[in-house]
Design a protein around this ligand. Structure first.
Ligand code: PHE
Length: 349
């Protein structure tokens, strides 16, 4: 069953590449979600990603308490295709056309493979775009805010497990040093955490050295002997098989769609490992962008909303324990409640 309100699939008129925009739900408000410019073996894999990621955005907004809906855009690049600046512009203008044709039902933002400069190009065609550079009136790069939001989630988990929100001396394994992962690693290093890190790009070992972290091969990091594993790269890192190898007490990170399948959350729970749903831990970027650009909140207010992820996670962990649920179930139930309340309001029930 298709449970999305609208899915637009276009062949870009300039780039000839598949442009996919998935609007999962506008029950809470117009949809938002980033633009992923990434390689897929087949464009249909990009569609699958867009469907899953947009549904997660709906939950992300609902649990964060923001009046926005879930959407996502994906441009599926064939393997091995790299975009030179001219072609990248064509792709972005194609995406902007599709977004504009939706008339405000969906607004985009940065995601894996895109950043504020790309949002500036999209902004030349359509107003439905977040995170343009500050000089163009946008809230800029969302990744530092996503990193700070994840730090807030980590504090809540630390308080639950160890009775203190401080991460000083705590062993954390960061899986992926992209913009968010590297930013989070810096925040954690400044706090005195003991870091183990990895990335598929061997050049990132430089960041590891700079931070005094221990570098591991990507295939080895999940089984590292650490307190908390922090997935910060692409999705589906947690599988039935590798959950059995984890030695940590919690998994909390900013990557979207961390579970290879939903029941992996139950496997984590049965192993006594706290898993904070990715859509809760990763909400800092959208919270900041939407607070600043839609609600015209000042920077302090927006930052305070990002920090409030700590309370959201504490409440979820507490509710989950009280009701004998996994944190994933508690979060899903909260999201569904808020979505249900919104649709019954609209229907005048
Ligand atoms: N990549 C962001 C996320 O997954 C998407 C986003 C950021 C959308 C900022 C709008 C504004 O949450």
């Amino acid at each position: 069953m298709l449970d999305h309100e609208r899915v637009a699939i276009h062949t870009g008129s300039r780039s000839r590449l598949p442009v996919i925009v998935a609007v999962h739900s506008t029950a809470l408000g117009p949809a938002a979600g980033g633009l992923r410019l990434w390689h897929y073996p087949d464009w249909r894999d990009g569609l699958t990603d867009a469907l899953r990621l947009s549904a997660a955005m709906t939950s992300k907004f609902a649990v964060a308490g923001l009046p926005s809906g879930g959407g996502k855009a994906v441009v599926a690049l064939p393997e091995g295709v790299e975009l030179d600046p001219g072609r990248r512009r064509e792709v972005l203008r194609d995406v902007a056309d599709v977004i504009d044709s939706l008339g405000g039902m969906y607004a985009t933002g940065p995601d894996v493979g895109t950043g504020p400069a790309d949002m500036a190009v999209i902004g030349e065609t359509t107003p439905h775009v977040f995170c343009r550079p500050a000089h163009l009136g946008g809230s800029g790069d969302s990744s530092p805010h996503t990193a700070r939001g994840t730090l807030a989630a980590l504090r809540a988990v630390s308080r639950r497990l160890y009775g203190t929100a401080s991460l000083k001396g705590r062993g954390l394994a960061i899986v992926g040093l992209g913009r968010v992962g590297a930013g989070l690693a810096r925040l954690l290093a400044a706090e005195g955490a003991a870091l183990t890190v990895t990335d598929i790009d061997p050049d990132k070992e430089r960041i590891s050295d700079e931070l005094g972290a221990v570098w591991r091969a990507p295939g080895e990091i999940l089984a590292a002997d650490v307190d908390i594993v922090v997935p910060s790269a692409l999705g589906s890192v947690l599988t039935e098989r590798n959950v059995a190898e984890l030695r940590c007490r919690a998994v909390v990170g900013p990557a979207n769609n961390q579970l290879a399948a939903p029941h992996v959350a139950d496997l984590l729970h049965h192993r006594g490992i706290i898993w904070v749903p990715d859509y809760v831990a990763s909400a800092g970027g959208v919270i900041n962008a939407i607070s600043a650009e839609l609600h015209h909140a000042d920077a302090d207010t927006a930052h305070a909303r990002v920090r409030a992820i700590e309370d959201t996670v504490s409440d979820l962990l507490e509710t989950a324990q009280r009701l004998g649920r996994t944190p994933a179930q508690a979060a899903d139930e909260l999201a569904l409640r808020r979505l249900g309340a919104a649709s019954s309001l609209r229907q005048g029930v």
